[in-house]
Design a protein around this ligand. Structure first.
Ligand code: HEC
Length: 260
């Protein structure tokens, strides 16, 4: 009876699909990681560039909030001219951090204000200290985190604003916080950004979303500082090729103008 077989097959297929969908919903309820919403970032697209004002504000957020736990080892303070800070501003910003230097003539290490040529300071002397201060978890270096994580900036932004109460049935481990964008749903980093937690000098309102947006822009720039220049080069090359193509077409017309 081919007809019945076909019906049975269809029913089995529908059953399987329903089963998979059912599983997916249960997994979600149990605190499975969620795909972050897609955001419109200034640097996206072939002509997109970094929003420098946002990146500058983002550095301030990093400085005032994140730098107490996270290093950014691949950055020197002088690199900050890349997001539009002047050299004088960079000197002043660097001087707000203390770096270990030495030894002095007595053989002692000492702390001094950082110079533009210094690397970003590390909040902890070593990994053990970092873990000790963070309930056993290690705050990762943020230099290239925007490139290292799937969904990049979309993920970082969603993570930073994604703290909420755990859904029913989810038992938080000691010292953990619920965030459905973090793999497994439980993260050792508390929600660190609060409304008005930093003061912006350009008049932008420091809402949580704004700070998260700005610091994400900053982390993206840190992970790929030369993207703007690369895109500029691309546009120049395309422009050059276009002009060159027109010239060659004119030359060709000229050369063949007597031939009919
Ligand atoms: C009090 C210390 C502390 C502060 C301040 C802090 N973090 Fe974290 N952060 C952590 C710890 C600890 C982890 C590791 C979490 C884990 O593995 O569960 C972490 C992890 C992260 C991660 C990695 C998430 C992943 O996918 O692995 C990012 C990104 C991050 N923090 C960004 C920030 C930003 C941006 C700020 C500033 C707005 C900030 N953090 C402030 C402690 C901190």
């Amino acid at each position: 009876m081919p007809m019945t077989t076909a019906v049975l097959r269809t029913l089995a297929l529908v059953g399987a699909v329903a089963g998979v969908l059912g599983l997916a919903t249960t997994a979600h309820a149990a605190g499975e990681t969620v795909t972050p919403p897609n955001q419109n970032w200034s640097w996206e697209g072939p002509f997109g560039t970094y929003d420098r004002a946002a990146a500058q504000r983002g550095f301030l957020v990093y400085k005032q909030v994140c730098s107490s736990c996270h290093s950014m080892e691949q950055l020197d303070y002088r690199h900050l001219t890349g997001i539009g800070f002047s050299e004088a501003e960079v000197s002043a910003l660097a001087a707000g951090f203390l770096v270990v230097d030495g030894p002095d003539e007595n053989g002692d290490m000492f702390r001094r204000p950082a110079l533009p040529s210094d690397g970003f300071t590390n909040p902890y002397e070593n990994e053990q200290m970092a873990r000790l201060a963070n309930n056993g978890s290690l705050p990762p270096d943020l230099s290239v985190i925007a490139k290292a994580r799937e969904y990049g900036a979309d993920y970082l932004y969603a993570l930073l604003i994604g703290y909420e109460d755990p859904p029913e049935g989810v038992e938080l481990r000691a010292g953990m916080h619920y965030n459905r964008y973090f793999s497994g749903g439980q993260i050792a980093m508390p929600s660190m950004i609060v409304d008005g937690g930093v003061e912006y000098i350009d008049g932008t309102e420091p809402f949580v979303n704004q700070q998260a947006w700005d610091v994400t822009t900053f982390m993206m720039w840190a992970a790929e500082p030369h993207m703007d220049r690369r895109k500029e080069m691309g546009v120049m090359v395309i422009g050059f090729l276009a002009v060159f193509a027109v010239l060659m077409w004119l030359v060709k017309r000229r050369v063949w103008s007597d031939t009919h």
